[in-house]
Write a protein that binds this ligand. Sequence first.
Ligand code: SF4
Ligand code: SF4
Length: 448
Amino acid sequence: MAEPARIPPDTRSGAFDAHHPPSTDLVNECVHCGFCLATCPTYALWGEEMDSPRGRIYLMKLGLEGQVRLDPTFVNHMDNCLGCMACMTACPSGVKYDKLIEATRAQIERNYNRPVPDGLLRRVIFDIFPRPERLRLLLGPLRMYERSGLQSLMRRSGVLKLLPASLRVMENLTPSAPRKTNCAVLPERMEAQGERRLRVGLLLGCVQRVFFPEVNAATARVLAAEGCEVVIPRDQCCCGALMIHAGEEKVALDYARRTIDAFERVRVDTVVINAAGCGSNLKDYGYLLRDDPKYIERAKAFSAKCRDISEVLAGLEPRAPRHPIPLKVAYHDSCHLQHAQGVRTQPRAVLGKIPELQILETAEAALCCGSAGIYNLVRPGPAKELGDRKVRNVLATAPDIVASGNPGCLLQLRTGIRLVGSQVPVVHMVEVVDASIRGVAAESLLKR
Ligand code: SF4
Ligand code: SF4
């Protein structure tokens, strides 16, 4: 991975270098009212002002004024933030916290030397997770680990407790290895059923295409059944979401350019995303590539075409008949859908079209489940506390199944639900729609 450019110290802005420090204008928009505090997961956990949105914005202001440095205390408060953007939904002044934390994190990655174990863990994550071909190499050993019985032995014996927290969390979160990879299942193009209503491109996602190929397959089937011609560019890469949310700006922008190139070549009306973290990143390309004269206009045009699968389906009058699914589904809002993209009603509207499906609302729905990109790997303690809290709230509704719209949330909820000894399945919401259109028995969803 390329080294980020170091900015000469004489061009610094307080504690920050001159390359997009957090904007003073945006910082000054915070009027310190505190309306955001109640929805901030880290404030809910610790009640610490500097771990609230208002406190973090104040720290950024002190950084801009040169009153604090990018030292371990500053970095710790920024690292504690999940980037869930619940504060943006709550803020009456419209403070763009997403732009502030993104700029601050990029500054930290360029100008702060992380302790070796932390830096190494991040390198491993960024060298593997955005690379489906590397993730796929893990599938063979993972299958052996599961099928040899070693996994259940390790989990029962308590040996895992001896591992460092991050490795323990990784083991717990690792999903079952699917039998087939997505590229082997999905063609490059799927015909629309009936008269074509849209030509759409499908973003496969990195973790999604390797560990949840059934979600991508369900998405493509549902779109085709609803009259969309589906194009799946073979040369699509990671969209850069994990990296941009963690401050790895240069690599993230390279991925953004390659993603735009891949989808421009296939000329689609809409780019469909079924992973909320990827969706919020793609919709922001116009901003992220603002310094690149070759890409800025193309990036804006690309972002304007991006839609979550629930937005696409909510915008199309259902054409494919829905069969009844007599189940109770607890719908979990992913933060990057509800807060970052403002998509709350569409998934419910889409699920609401399924006969006999009962949608259950959970308590504290605005609160993050603790997954948050790489957060549950680099901050396993608070991530688990939030995960346990979310699982308690979800299971309190007594659902038959749980549905969500983001692979990170699916992993976090599946793990948390398994660890409390429950067998309630967690699926992507599009899998429920797919099962309804295909007339699959409700029991098949219960066997996930
Ligand atoms: S993004 Fe989430 S964790 Fe971070 S300050 Fe806002 S509400 Fe708190
Ligand atoms: S709600 Fe908005 S204006 Fe009020 S303290 Fe939070 S970020 Fe600042």
